[in-house]
Design a protein around this ligand. Structure first.
Ligand code: TYM
Length: 329
């Protein structure tokens, strides 16, 4: 059976980019593949964190996973830091990666790059991500478009390791959705929707209430020529709205464009579709979040399942690279 794995950082509110670029596809994949999804709390350590907020954010995100429809009976849900092999394997991979290839990572450059004060963890971040993936003999990795370069690096590292030390890792492929892979900011539609953008009007969060969603869509930047067609180059604002409705309905944005003549009508339907898509998630979220003991118990089961796969792959890699096996007396 095909294996898939993906992860999301527990850093701040989940937005429509996380949902359409990743989570919605995680849910679909759980019925077609042996799926592993983690909350990558170790990756969140590369940012400024507050310990209490990080602990809470990990549970928040786990509740979002469940509320969105991920089912621990049909997939494996776990916290990255609960499986020690992630950091163990990351070290083996770091010792095969070069400074040059990590320096070329655009996300590293965007987040400050090669400065005196930059955290080393931010630099080696993509290697830990590669370890997350190859530990589980993964075929496909459902992610948004911004992770494409990280997936290329993962493939390069895995191929290089196999070439030098034998056939240890499965070479994974990125699985990027045809619609929703790059959800843009509603106020600045030439940049992607992101947790770090300062304009709160530009970002719709999964837990925003209906009146906020309506307000943000109503105020979304469009253009003044009044011509309703899908053209991300010259009409990025309109393209963003068309893509959102397209992602809800799983059709192409151009098909949606044919249905409308007025921007106002389109905006009304986009807001209504988003509210309808998110309402059941928001309702279930409260139920899951209000039972932290159940969340923790579920995560413990997930970690055990994840560990049983990860331990085997790690041992294979450790043997191949020449680490002597631990001997029990
Ligand atoms: P993160 O936490 O930044 O984002 C999680 C997922 O959401 C997608 N995404 C978007 N998709 C469409 N439009 C957007 N505006 C948008 N913003 C975010 C991302 O592409 C991602 O799929 N490095 C990863 C986390 C990670 C990981 C992994 C992913 C760590 N280990 C192993 C896959 C496999 C990250 O920072 O995602």
């Amino acid at each position: 059976m095909t294996r898939v794995l993906s992860g999301i950082q527990p850093s701040g509110a989940m937005h429509l980019g996380n949902y359409f670029g990743a989570i919605k596809n995680f849910v679909r994949e759980q019925d077609h593949a042996d799926a592993f999804y983690c909350v990558v709390d170790l990756h969140a350590l590369t940012q400024n964190i507050d310990p209490e907020s990080l602990r809470k954010a990990s549970l928040d995100l786990m509740a979002i996973y469940l509320a969105s429809g991920l089912d621990p009976e049909r997939c494996t849900l776990f916290l990255q830091s609960h499986v020690a092999e992630h950091t163990q394997l990351a070290w083996l991979l770091e010792c095969t990666a070069s400074m040059g290839e990590l320096r070329r990572m655009t996300q590293f450059k965007d987040k400050g790059g090669d400065q005196e004060g930059t955290r080393v963890g931010l630099f080696t971040y993509p290697v830990l991500m590669a370890a997350d993936i190859v530990l589980y003999d993964v075929d496909r990795v459902p992610v948004g478009d911004d992770q494409r370069q990280h997936l290329e690096l993962t493939r390069d590292l895995a191929q290089r390791f196999n070439h030098r030390f034998g056939d240890v890792f499965v070479i994974p492929e990125a699985s990027i959705p045809s619609v929703g892979a790059r959800v843009m900011d509603l106020q600045e539609p030439t940049r992607k929707m992101s947790k770090s953008v300062s304009s709160p009007l530009g970002t719709v969060n999964m837990l925003d209430d209906p009146s906020d969603i309506e307000r943000k869509i109503k105020k979304a930047v469009t253009d003044t020529d009044g011509e309703l067609r899908y053209d991300p180059e010259t009409k990025p604002g309109l393209a963003t709205l068309l893509s959102l409705l397209a992602a809800c309905e799983r059709v192409s944005p151009a098909t949606i464009a044919q249905r409308y003549e007025r921007y106002g009508d389109l905006k009304k339907d986009v807001a209504a579709a988003l509210i309808a898509e998110l309402a059941p998630i928001q309702q279930r979220y409260e139920e899951f979040r209000n039972d932290p003991a159940a969340l923790e118990a579920m995560m413990a089961v997930g970690a055990q399942k994840a560990r049983s796969v990860a331990a085997r792959t790690y041992q294979r890699a450790a043997d191949a690279i020449g680490l002597a096996p631990p001997v029990s007396h």
